[in-house]
Ligand binder design. Sequence first.
Ligand SMILES: [Ca+2]
Length: 160
Amino acid sequence: MLASGGCEWGGESGESGESGESGESETGDPEAASIAGIVRRTVDIAPDNDGKGTLFVAALDVCDLTGGGTVLGVAVVPDADFAPADAAVPFAIEGLPRTEVQLALFLDDNGDAMPASPRPGLGDLVYTRSGGDGVLDCVAVALADGDVADIELALNVVEE
Ligand SMILES: [Ca+2]
């Protein structure tokens, strides 16, 4: 009786909603991706600033912050402290598509960025490959194969 009951129970369990629910969640998860990691600075803080402010990390479909790119997600880290030379500020962005996204980042050190369309200003720490042209560059991150949980980004230029 016990053995028979066990078999029936197992069979019922397999046919119940349990396996179906887990299947749904497995097929649902891949639609949203996330990026998490840390940001460091590799450049000195501007003399008039203190290295403390709001860190913005934006994920765009194309690397164009002048209106040509769509912001897919953004991490806003208030009171980010880059004053120590070895500071590592964590951030995370969720709800991203499983494609390649372009990350742009900067520290609004003096607190003058507009929340609706944040842009770096004079003296802010930014990531860019060619400084002085007023255009931010991006770090491409592929999310097609899974979430990225340990990316390291750098603020490498003081906006002039
Ligand atoms: Ca500041």
